[in-house]
Design a protein around this ligand. Structure first.
Ligand SMILES: N[C@@H](CCC(=O)N[C@@H](CS)C(=O)NCC(=O)O)C(=O)O
Length: 142
C-alpha cells in the first residue's frame, strides 16, 4: 500500500499517523500536488492528496475514506473509531472539529500563497486566524 502526498498536508499526516497507530505497513511517496503535478497526475488524475494506492492498484482519496478502508484491514481492537454510539459520537465530534480546522488552515495557506496579492480578501483571511477570531477559541470539545 502506498500513501501519496506531502507531510505538510494535515490530511496526509492524519492518514500517516493513523496507519501507524493501527500497525499497518505502507510506503510513503512524498509527491507534491504543486511541485510534482505531472507525477501526481500519473498516480491519480484527480490530483488530490492524500491518495492511497491499494495492493490491487485501486486508488483511494480523501483521508476519511482512506481510513475507512484501512480500518477494515485490521483487527477490531486496532481500529481507532469506536463502534458504540456514545464514544463514536464523541469521536466524530472531535474529528469534525479537527477537519474543519485543517480545511480553514489549508484555505488560508492557498489564499495567502497561491492567490495573486491583488486578488486576496483581507477580511476573509482575518476571520480565519484563530488569535484574531475569538469565536474559534470558545469551542466545546466535550
Ligand atoms: N477532504 C480531503 C481534503 C484533501 C485536500 O484538500 N488536499 C489538498 C492538499 S492539503 C489537495 O489535494 N490540494 C490540491 C487540490 O485540491 O487541487 C481529505 O480529507 O483528504
Amino acid at each position: 500500500m502506498i500513501l501519496v502526498g506531502m507531510p505538510d498536508s494535515p490530511y496526509v499526516r492524519r492518514v500517516a499517523v493513523s496507519l501507524r497507530l493501527m500497525g499497518l505497513a505502507y510506503e510513503h511517496q512524498q509527491v507534491s500536488v504543486f511541485r510534482h503535478f505531472e507525477r501526481f497526475r500519473s498516480i491519480n488524475p484527480v490530483v488530490k492528496a492524500p491518495s492511497f494506492v491499494c495492493d490491487d492498484g485501486t486508488v483511494l482519496m480523501d483521508s476519511t475514506l482512506i481510513l475507512d478502508y484501512a480500518e477494515s484491514l485490521v483487527e477490531p481492537s486496532r481500529r481507532l473509531t469506536p463502534q458504540e454510539a456514545q464514544p463514536r459520537k464523541q469521536s466524530l465530534r472531535i474529528t469534525g472539529i479537527a477537519l474543519a480546522a485543517a480545511e480553514k488552515c489549508v484555505a488560508l495557506i492557498y489564499e495567502q500563497q497561491q492567490r495573486p496579492a491583488d486578488k486576496r480578501h483581507p477580511a476573509w483571511i482575518e476571520r480565519r486566524i484563530p488569535s484574531r477570531a475569538p469565536h474559534l477559541r470558545r469551542l466545546d470539545f466535550q
